[in-house]
Design a protein around this ligand. Structure first.
Ligand SMILES: [Fe+2]
Length: 508
């Protein structure tokens, strides 16, 4: 399991050191940081204000579909073939995939050394959503895309996430599709349309010369160049077709893209979907609506389409759900959003019901996630003695509340006995569901009145263990092998990144 790229046997399932709680040496990623590290924090009001299009899209309607149609029309006018497909002739190839990368701070750079090591020999990279936070600005691609991945020698493709859409996708289209167009006068109509029109954050101008210089300086080698057909695309190979979709701000796929998706999903060739919104996440099925009817997951499950896996970013951790399709096949539904940005909690995931708990995998382990959050809350509330749980205490509390076998065992009896009242209290107030219940009990701490979105986004930290992750996928004519690697931020894990999960899928 997980051999070849990662000679180190340790991972978060075997020891606390494997999870990065104890670092043998500091990460060399610190040497890669720019002279002035961006002070990125989701707690800054200016950052939240720049993301306001998210709130406007949810309150007044998501304009992504209308804007995307204009962009796609411009791409077609330019001569992009309607299939939006890149053809590759090799039947055997490898690539890396990571989601939600672009904060430009330590948590993004901590992923780079283990990524470069595990990505050795791969043919391309895919970024699944949120290439540039907080709002996709073209001006920030230098620090959050070109510079961090300067040493990755092959092309990078991407599907946009909601944050890339907050500038009307202008930066994304310029960098990945070589399209310089402002497609986005927002399309709202009606009596209240003046509100979103007034507040909508319009894309800033693109500084073409600066972006061209950034590309030349950091990713200028011939082998690094690629122009993808559009915000949605397919990479067709003799053994596997990889299909990337653009889910806009709120996760809806427009009618034209839906028609294209059904067309490229046809035929007997095995398919892999890459999406900005995962179809299974946090023990929840989110099939992804298609404008005009149907869902993305209906297309994925259709036996005539031969999907073997669907991988989505957006949620900043790793989760895998092997779901049985109606015809006896198993489709691997994976969340891979741990590529650089703050960590979303996994300890709030209930004992799974969409697949058996024993078949579910996540990274970080729920106990590590709870321990990390307990330390954060202890610091914020200035109550470390009350809140802080060691990884072992947190693991025991998760086992007790969820009634699951923990991902990491301990030799001591502490994880086998009833955890302390304090540990149970902390687990409760930090959102570990009780048994199979989806929601925690009624809680009275004000922190729990915060929406999950802000609870987690405020939980950005810049020291190991980072609990970041990325995937390496190896394709042969007969199988697809997917491995999830951890980026802890520890120096000893940079050349031997812990392999946290692995699945091999037959392609015939
Ligand atoms: Fe994200």
């Amino acid at each position: 399991m997980c051999a070849e790229v990662s000679p180190g046997p340790d991972n978060s399932r075997t020891s606390e050191a494997g999870a990065g709680w104890v670092c043998g040496s500091p990460g060399t990623f610190n040497d890669l940081l720019p002279p002035r590290v961006l002070d990125f924090s989701w707690r800054r009001p200016a950052v939240l204000w720049r993301s306001r299009n998210d709130v406007l899209a949810r309150l007044f309607g998501d304009p992504s579909n209308a804007i995307r149609r204009r962009c796609v029309a411009a791409l077609r006018e330019r001569g992009t073939p309607a299939a939006f497909t890149v053809h590759r002739s090799a039947p055997e190839f490898s690539f890396v995939l990571l989601g939600d990368t672009g904060e430009g701070d330590r948590s993004q750079y901590a992923v780079v050394p283990p990524l470069l090591h595990a990505a050795a020999g791969t043919d391309f990279m895919i970024i699944a959503s949120d290439v540039v936070y907080p709002a996709g600005d073209g001006g920030q691609y230098l620090e959050k895309f070109f510079r961090p991945y300067k040493d990755y020698p092959a092309p990078i493709y991407a599907v946009p996430g909601n944050h890339d859409w907050y500038d009307g996708l202008r930066g994304f289209l310029h960098v990945f599709c070589a399209l310089d167009a402002n497609c986005s006068p927002p399309p709202w109509r009606g009596a209240l349309a003046f509100v979103p029109r007034l507040l909508w954050r319009h894309p800033g101008p693109i500084d073409r010369a600066a972006l061209a210089e950034a590309r030349r300086t950091y990713r200028g080698a011939p082998g690094q160049q690629a122009v993808q057909p559009g915000p949605y695309w397919a990479i067709d190979t003799p053994s596997l077709r990889i299909i990337g979709i653009d889910t806009g701000i709120t996760g809806v796929v427009d009618r034209d893209q839906g028609r294209w998706l059904r067309e490229v999903s046809g035929g007997p060739k095995p398919k892999l979907l890459v999406t900005g919104k995962p179809l299974y996440v946090d023990d929840d099925h989110r099939p992804g609506p298609v404008e005009g009817g149907g869902t993305v997951d209906e297309i994925v499950r259709d036996p005539a389409h031969h999907y073997v896996a669907a991988i989505g970013g957006d949620i900043h951790n790793y989760q895998r759900y092997p779901v049985r399709a109606g015809d006896g096949r198993t489709i691997q539904y994976i969340v891979s959003g741990g590529g650089g940005a703050f960590m979303h909690a996994t300890h709030t995931i209930p004992r799974t019901s969409v697949v058996k708990e024993g078949e579910f995998r996540c990274y970080p382990l729920r106990g590590d996630s709870l321990s990390r959050y307990s330390k954060l809350y202890g610091r914020w509330l200035r109550l470390p003695r009350l809140f802080e749980l060691t990884p072992e205490e947190a693991t025991a509390a998760v086992r007790y509340r969820l009634g699951i076998r923990p991902g990491r065992g301990y030799r001591s009896a502490a994880t086998e006995v009833r955890p302390s009242r304090r540990a149970r209290f902390v687990a409760s107030v930090l959102g570990v569901p009780r048994d199979g219940r989806r929601r925690p009990r009624l809680l009275r701490l004000p922190v729990h009145r915060l929406p999950q979105r802000f609870r987690s986004e405020m939980a950005d930290w810049d020291r190991p263990p980072f609990f970041k992750s990325f995937l390496r996928l190896d394709v042969t004519e007969s199988q697809l092998r997917i491995r999830c690697y951890a980026a802890t931020g520890c120096g000893d894990h940079e050349t031997a990144p812990p392999c946290e999960d692995e699945v091999t899928i037959p392609l015939r």
